[in-house]
Ligand binder design. Sequence first.
Ligand code: ADP
Length: 618
Amino acid sequence: MRADPIQRAIDEDLVRVLYAQDPIAFVSHWFSIVVLVAIYWAHMPSPHLFALCFGFYALANCGGLALWLWKRRHPDAVTPRTWVNLHALRGVLLYLAPGVSIWFAFQSQNTDLPLLHTVMLVTLAAGVFMSNGFDLLNFATAIPFLLLPAIALHFSEHTFDRTILAIVLAFFFCAINVYAVSYRKLFRRVVEARVDQQYLAESLAAQKLVAEEASLAKTRFFAAASHDLRQPLHAIGLLAASLNDGAAAPAQHAKTADHIVRNVEALNQLFNQVLDLARLESGVTQVIRLHFRLAELFERVGNQYRPQAAAKGLALRIAPTSMVAHGDPVLLERVLSNLLSNAVRYTEEGAIWMGLRRSGRRSGGYIEVRDSGIGIPLEEQERIFEEFYQVANPQRDARQGHGLGLPTVRRLVGLMGGELQVRSVPGRGSVFRFPVQAGDPDGIVSSLSDSAVGGASAEGRRVLCIDDDPSILEGLSSLLGRWGCIARGVPDEIQALRAVDEGFLPDAVLCDYQLANHRTGAEALSAVREALRHAGQPKVVTLLITGDMASPELEALAAQGIPVLHKPVTPARLRRTLESLWRQQGASSLQKVAAGNPDAAVPAGRDATVVGGHDYVP
Ligand code: ADP
């Protein structure tokens, strides 16, 4: 991932050092021109050719300076790599003239000229090594032009001393090439170390920023959460104390008890919202996709909010659609409920619209919830997705919500692989939308409606409860008793197996996740299920109840579709989950009967957990 940044950093550093040497190179080349012209002045061979060659040298040198000036003025005119390449091109032009001009020395009768020119070339080569050695291209476009003509001409003289000189020159040529290789490696390592350091410093700074923001967000979260939790607790405390007032009339007591219940419900609702969010964060919530009619879901959610909208004089319009969607109806219902409830809450006049926009997508479209309400200022449109953030509720009046709906909605949509988008204009209204996939009409399994499959009543059902906490067992047993169930509470797996042995064959087993003696509820449930299979009772609904938020085991259970409820579980939630699981078990039995396989056992896996697997039931 960092290969490219390193190459770019190397190019940037190369540009910096290559061009930094150019003013010195400019002066050195003028010096070289003057020295060479001075050497040849008295014995100038082929004057026209000589003038042409050195005129070209002088021009190339000025061209090099022009390039340097251009780069200085417009450093970002081209990419660093192009600056390096242009510098190499300048090298070819600049070193060509001094390199090939040694030919003039060999035309002269003066035998010192080739030696003097060679000394000049070696000096220039040393300069090239120092200034261009760390880049292969710039080195390779200079050194051969400087030295190879001289080596070839000395060799061609066929005298002993010139051959020796040619060999020494060739050796020098090879040596500086070898040194240049290590020079380049060293340069690369230095740049890599610098880039690493810079990268580390930047990522540390970014992490620090993230940590600071997270800490700030946490502080805000706890401040808001503790306020919103304290309010109903405080009220419950005061109301409970007033129950002690013996002088109060029974009617007054009933009213106080009613207030307490409502505050407990509010507390529970808030607690559940926080836990739902935490559960979404921890990854235990499953997405279970079904093919279903979108219109049915719209109707179902719409029906929940129609009375509230009507009470405020708002029209709730649901656009008809024939689309079969492929998605998780339970999660989608939760998303739409939140969006509709906000739309109703933040709209005083006009209408609310819910529907599907195809927007040219053959594979689906966008579900939109629009309102003509108060709208959301642009600068708040990102913040409304922060936990407990509300645009205009500084007093944190619980009747105006808690600011947890949209964070939950955004996570739910993300979990289903989409992105929640918002468009809003203050005073004109808001649009929330997210993508939905088209499904297969042949794949529709059943209606989403609760009443589609009957026979899920709790009355007369036998329920085995496994929990090592006696007070929970007692509470559960009395609750189940009130629903008409025949409940039996046991503290552990051994007692549960004994109950089955004694002939208590339950329709449902409720089990705590953490049991005594390091046993887990999952282990206990599979042992009880096995015992029930032997006892001829394969159809049993099993439900784990846990206070754990995110353990690998729970994630594995969620992935297998084993129903898990998270504490605190309200009686209503428990009942709805149980009834829903029984209903689905009944439906899958009916399907098996219809398929001519009445004896097949209902697996306590996916079929039975479509709703329970989400661990919250609407
Ligand atoms: P809550 O509605 O419980 O306060 P949400 O997380 O659902 O919490 O919304 C956060 C904030 O976003 C709300 O307090 C409100 O200011 C703003 N908001 C949400 N939906 C709408 C809407 N449809 N119109 C105007 N404002 C909205």
